[in-house]
Design a protein around this ligand. Structure first.
Ligand code: NAP
Length: 247
């Protein structure tokens, strides 16, 4: 029997990159998967089609993570379609860069709304019906742990906030055996950070095992483990997948 048979998963930002890889992985493990997107309708539909072609169940929902109300409504839609959410993966994110003197309050607030508040809103909505033993997984970043270049203050602050929120929720939800973990990808080859981008060489230079960028599937493998029954005692933890860049 599949590890996640009968389970329902919800992945924000599941249309591309790391979120798409996570959605496919959880579906391959047997879960019904709802994904959100904001602009990438055709990419989201392609993820749903790939899951269905492999015999799984998936649903794409347009919901802007900048708007907590839309996130809450997307959770309600997934619950009415598939049932209570067992596995929530807060993945949707943006990567603002810029020196502090050039960054506006509006840019700061938008980054926090998408990278931090949306995960809070999704967890709050999902927890209304999440069964005991559920899973909440935040996608952080190694930039929550070490900042290696200028111009990253807003992004690093959002990911640092995510990491501590996850620890606080692990403490709060422990009595219900709901685990809460953060996965911190390092440089991962996606549209956000392509492995042939202008600063890719500098990122590879940081790695203690300089084999190159991480693949989205490798991040999804760790999420698959954390979502599985095997990880029932793993909570409040931070998992780095970065070829040793933060060692
Ligand atoms: N790539 C890296 O090197 C790296 C490293 C560390 C951490 N991360 C983190 O990993 C997560 C995924 O990143 P990625 O590299 O896969 O990025 P990506 O390739 O740019 O994909 C981003 C995903 O998030 C969705 N998204 C963005 N803004 C959204 C919004 N306002 N509302 C709803 N969905 C939204 C996108 O949907 P649309 O298709 O609709 O635009 C897309 O599905 C992010 O939290 C990122 O910070 C990435």
């Amino acid at each position: 029997m599949s590890k996640l048979a009968e389970k329902v998963a919800f992945v924000t930002g599941g249309s591309r990159g790391i979120g798409a890889a996570i959605a496919k992985r959880l579906a391959a493990d047997g879960a019904s998967v709802a994904i959100t997107y904001v602009n990438g309708k055709s990419s989201a539909e392609a993820v749903v089609a790939a899951v269905e072609a492999a015999g799984g169940k998936a649903l794409a929902i347009k919901a802007d993570s900048a708007d907590a109300d839309q996130v809450g409504k997307a959770i309600s839609r997934a619950v009415s379609e598939f049932g209570p959410i067992d596995i929530l993966v807060n993945n949707a994110g943006v990567f603002p860069t810029g020196l502090i003197v050039d960054t506006t309050d509006a840019e700061f607030d938008r980054a926090f709304a998408i990278n931090v508040r949306s995960g809070f809103a999704a967890a709050r909505a999902a927890l209304k019906s999440m069964p005991d033993g559920g899973r909440i997984i935040f996608i952080g970043s190694t930039l929550a742990l070490r900042v290696h270049a200028p111009g990253l203050s807003v992004y690093a602050a959002t990911k640092g906030a995510v990491a501590l929120m996850a620890q606080a929720l692990a403490r709060e939800l422990g009595p219900r055996k709901i685990t809460v973990n953060t996965v911190h990808p390092g440089s991962t080859d996606t549209d956000m950070n392509p492995s042939d981008g202008p600063f890719a060489w500098a990122q590879v230079d940081l790695m203690s095992n300089p084999v190159g960028f991480v693949e989205a599937d490798e991040v999804a493998n760790v999420v698959g483990y954390l979502a599985s029954p095997d990880a029932r005692s793993v909570t409040g933890a931070a998992w780095t997948i970065d070829n040793g860049a933060t060692v």
